[in-house]
Design a protein around this ligand. Structure first.
Ligand code: ZN
Length: 243
């Protein structure tokens, strides 16, 4: 079975479509949350996700805000403005769909959360020390996270009690994972690692291998839609730089 692993789509349907067609064929989809927020296409993105095979989708902090679980004033001004716009541009059915998403799930050897196993909505696993503190907060081999918009792998090795961390650099090259690790596929709709291309992972459970991918998409078109919707200009500008 081939699994597509995505996160932080952030209402960018052009990036999502590019990932979906680039990743084909796949039998299952794992999404680590933040389907909405920032971008111009929340409704389209939710509808596309709903149509994907064997979807497991986690609830991100932006999804939680739009569905009323956490207050908008927990976000910075620009994110808040976009979230308010989301609440007015997502159908009731899809708000309900967001509300029903899980904060934390464990399936087989994998734990799923948006931010971190310690604080699923808010913690950013950005460095080795934060990753190390989180290693004891899940019991499975792998914990999949999103939230930082930064593709990364943090591994706990037997020979070394401390963790090692690296940003995945080799695109389209299969790799295997250590006994205990935290993995982030990066962001589909708003990468922040200074690479504007949409980021995702695939997993082949027959081979036991993972693969990291980047795919270009029509950023100008999305920027135009962000401006036309009256969403904060910053959310358009950042896409071409990947931050
Ligand atoms: Zn996000």
């Amino acid at each position: 079975m081939r699994t597509l692993i995505i996160s932080d789509i952030h209402a960018n349907r052009t990036a999502l479509d590019a990932v979906l067609s680039n990743a084909e064929p796949f039998d299952r989809v794992w999404c680590l949350g933040d389907v909405v927020g920032y971008g111009p296409d929340p409704e389209d993105c939710i509808n596309r996700l709903k149509g994907l095979p064997n979807l497991l989708c986690m609830k991100g902090n932006h999804d939680a805000a739009v569905s009323g679980d956490i207050p908008l004033d927990a976000f910075n001004y620009s994110a808040q403005k976009a979230l308010l716009w989301m609440t007015e541009n997502i159908s009731e059915d899809n708000i309900f769909w967001l509300k029903e998403l899980s904060e934390r799930k464990v399936i087989d050897a994998v734990t799923f959360v948006h931010g971190s196993p310690r604080w699923p909505f808010w913690e950013y696993i950005t460095d080795v020390s934060i990753a190390r503190e989180n290693m004891e907060k899940f019991d499975t081999q792998i914990c999949l996270v999103g939230h930082t918009h930064f593709p990364s792998v943090f591994e706990m090795n037997d020979s070394d009690v401390s963790s090692t961390a690296f940003v995945i650099k080799k695109v389209d090259e299969p790799f295997t994972l250590a006994e205990k690790c935290i993995v982030n596929p990066g962001s589909v709709g708003q990468p922040r690692d200074h690479n504007p291309m949409a980021s995702y992972l695939t997993f082949d459970d027959q081979e036991g291998t993972w693969c990291y991918h980047r795919v270009p998409y029509d950023i100008l078109q999305v920027q135009k839609r962000i401006r036309a919707a009256g969403l904060p200009k910053r959310q358009a500008d950042r896409l071409s730089e990947g931050w």
